[in-house]
Design a protein around this ligand. Structure first.
Ligand SMILES: Cc1cc2nc3c(=O)[nH]c(=O)nc-3n(C[C@H](O)[C@H](O)[C@H](O)COP(=O)(O)OP(=O)(O)OC[C@H]3O[C@@H](n4cnc5c(N)ncnc54)[C@H](O)[C@@H]3O)c2cc1C
Length: 337
């Protein structure tokens, strides 16, 4: 167990916010973590972080931050068609994809180059280019800090939805120590997402000739071209979730904005939050040290020395303006602390 007191978090959040915590504790096994938790004073505030790529700190954290350094890979079940892989929560998610492809295991490649760790992928239900983590998650192994016991959540118990899971419903209750992924031994390209399809064709591949490694490369290329590098321009990826409105609301908006993009879902009609924000005139706007990325209105950036509060205030101004213009409440995808 590595323990640091009065620890600076600037390198532990991709917004690059200069804050600190009272204590930062990194564990290499869940047993070590539980032992540490049992010795903490009653009422200690706890937060588990991964790579900090979906966190916005608006102040110093007055408690203990946990971080997993559980970095194991293990195939625990295998058939002729599939394999179940048990991966430590501290593994970088993109390293897991690279490992899986090397082993000839498929299903995660569309999620290439998403920052963050395996533990958080199961909490956040990360998604990109037509695939969500829940499609490959078989079970999530946790320690329940409230009940003081180990538990395994099967996929159907995780309450997965768009960027949502049961683990988000109870912040700080569950420590995810391993995630079990079910991957396929035969590669079937998942090309239903239009932007990916177009880029695949543009690069001269066909659905028949493309390999999983090609998909990984194409996805990484698109992401590199579209998203700011957080090492250069601090950000947390998409700041807001795409809102889902009912059909009546959608129809009335469509009359006024016939060019409005949309996707039909089982819960209603999903409208890209980036489009709404851009229509309100925010794209590329800078307020002090914070701003809205010039190439993608869904991304808020730190131009240097922004505080978390500055970014949070900018996000609230954007929410207010989208609500006034469209009557739609957009909520943040980033966890604001
Ligand atoms: C440039 C950029 C692009 C991005 N693109 C995408 C994208 O395409 N799709 C997408 O879905 N997301 C995207 N994101 C968001 C982010 O990468 C994901 O949310 C990712 O899963 C966060 O992982 P992390 O390890 O950094 O977690 P953190 O940000 O550190 O934590 C996220 C949440 O998970 C909890 N948590 C983390 N680890 C554990 C654990 N072991 N046990 C219990 N709780 C835990 C934290 O408490 C927090 O609530 C992007 C972010 C950036 C900066």
């Amino acid at each position: 167990m590595k323990i640091f007191n009065d620890y600076n978090l600037k390198n532990h959040n991709t917004f690059g916010i200069n804050v600190s915590c009272k204590c930062f504790a990194e564990y290499e096994s869940i047993e070590e973590c539980v032992d540490f938790l049992n010795k903490l004073p009653e009422g200690e505030i706890i937060l588990h972080v991964g790579g900090g790529s979906n966190l916005l700190f608006t102040r110093d954290f007055q408690g203990t931050i946990l971080h997993s350094a559980v970095k194991s890979f293990e195939i625990i079940e295998e058939t002729a068609e599939e394999a179940t892989v048990r991966v430590g929560s501290g593994v970088i998610f993109d390293d897991f994809i690279a490992w899986a492809l090397e082993k000839g295991l498929y299903g995660a490649e569309n999620l290439s180059a998403i920052p963050g760790e395996v533990g958080a992928s199961a909490v956040q239900n990360i998604g990109a280019y037509g695939v969500e983590a829940e499609q490959i998650i078989q079970a999530v192994e946790v320690y329940d800090c409230q009940a003081g016991k180990y538990e395994i959540f099967r996929h159907d118990d995780c309450r997965y939805a768009y960027r949502h899971s049961i683990f988000k419903e109870y912040p700080a209750r569950y420590v995810v120590h391993h995630v079990q992924f079910r991957l396929k031994k035969t590669f079937v390209p998942q090309l239903q997402y239009r932007a990916l399809q177009n880029e695949v064709v543009r690069q001269g591949f066909s659905a028949e000739s493309i390999t999983a490694s090609d998909i990984r490369r194409v996805v990484t290329d698109i992401r590199n071209a579209k998203l700011p590098d957080y090492h250069v321009l601090g950000n947390g990826g998409s700041f807001f979730m795409n809102p889902i409105v009912d059909v009546a609301k959608f129809k009335s908006l469509q009359k006024e904005y016939p060019d409005m993009p949309f996707f039909e879902t089982t819960d209603g009609v999903k409208i890209p939050a980036g489009w709404l924000i851009e229509k309100c005139g925010w794209k590329g706007r800078r307020v002090g040290n914070a701003g809205v990325y010039e190439k993608q209105a869904l991304i808020l950036v730190n131009y240097g020395e922004a505080t978390g509060r500055e970014i949070s205030e900018l996000s609230q101004a954007i929410q207010q303006s989208v609500l006034q213009t469209f009557g739609i409440a957009i909520s943040s995808e980033v966890n604001i602390l």
